[in-house]
Write a protein that binds this ligand. Structure first.
Ligand SMILES: [Zn+2]
Length: 225
């Protein structure tokens, strides 16, 4: 069986398009669809959620890439307001501010390509989408910026942390390990039911990093790699 077939997940989730200003996830449409539920109480909750969506839409009209970059140092950055392109740009700014691009002579074009590849691989699922990836990358950034953790870690550890955060849920299908185990899905068989998705995300990240267009680690010594 070709490797791509082996790893193809069972559910057919709509792949993100290449549109730069695409929303990470269409919350509004999903919520509106849920209004069809026969459960009255559930419908009431959904109606209230829709009011939140209206509030988020009003907030969105006031944001820009500049306002996103301004908010990077805040642990209350409102991720849901930003599109994929803005979130991607912010990841580059974070690596820059941590001094990693200069320290490891990272080719910015390759970094841009890698972050774009990661964003393309994040499906339009309700939680494990590109906003979640951004959330984790940003949380690591905030911890590194606001604590004295750098006194205890080497630069290469900081770089590993940021790249690990970027790829930690790569290509997540929106189902958990038990689902794949019960299906006896090829990826469960491949990883012998052990950390199925975790192994898969790790495999995907290594695969993306081995593409010469994404080779951001060429400035590292063999030991650092
Ligand atoms: Zn995660």
């Amino acid at each position: 069986m070709p490797e791509d077939d082996l790893f193809r997940v069972m559910n057919k989730v709509e792949e993100p398009s290449d549109d730069d200003d695409e929303e990470v996830y269409d919350y509004e449409n999903v919520i509106v669809n849920k209004l069809k539920t026969p459960d009255l109480r559930e419908r009431q909750v959904i109606k209230e959620l829709l009011e939140d969506v209206e509030r988020i839409k009003a907030l969105k009209s006031g944001v820009s890439k500049e306002s996103a970059v301004e908010g990077i140092e805040s642990d209350f950055m409102p991720y849901l307001l930003y599109d994929r392109k803005t979130l991607r740009d912010c990841i580059l700014v974070m690596l820059e501010r941590l001094g990693l691009i200069e320290r490891f002579k990272i080719d910015k074009e390759k970094l841009h390509h890698l972050v774009r590849d990661v964003s393309r691989h994040m499906k339009r699922v309700p939680y494990h989408n590109f906003t979640h990836v951004f959330n984790i990358v940003h949380m690591c950034f905030i911890i590194i910026r606001k604590t004295n953790i750098r006194e205890y870690l080497d630069d290469v550890d900081i770089l590993s942390c940021m790249i690990g955060a970027l790829g930690h849920d790569l290509d997540h299908p929106g189902f958990n390990n038990v689902y794949f185990q019960k299906l006896r899905h090829p990826i469960a068989l491949k990883f012998n039911d052990q950390g199925i998705l975790e192994n898969y995300h790790s495999y995907m990240l290594t695969k993306l990093l081995s593409d010469p267009k994404n080779d951001i680690l060429s400035g590292l010594s063999p030991e650092e790699k």
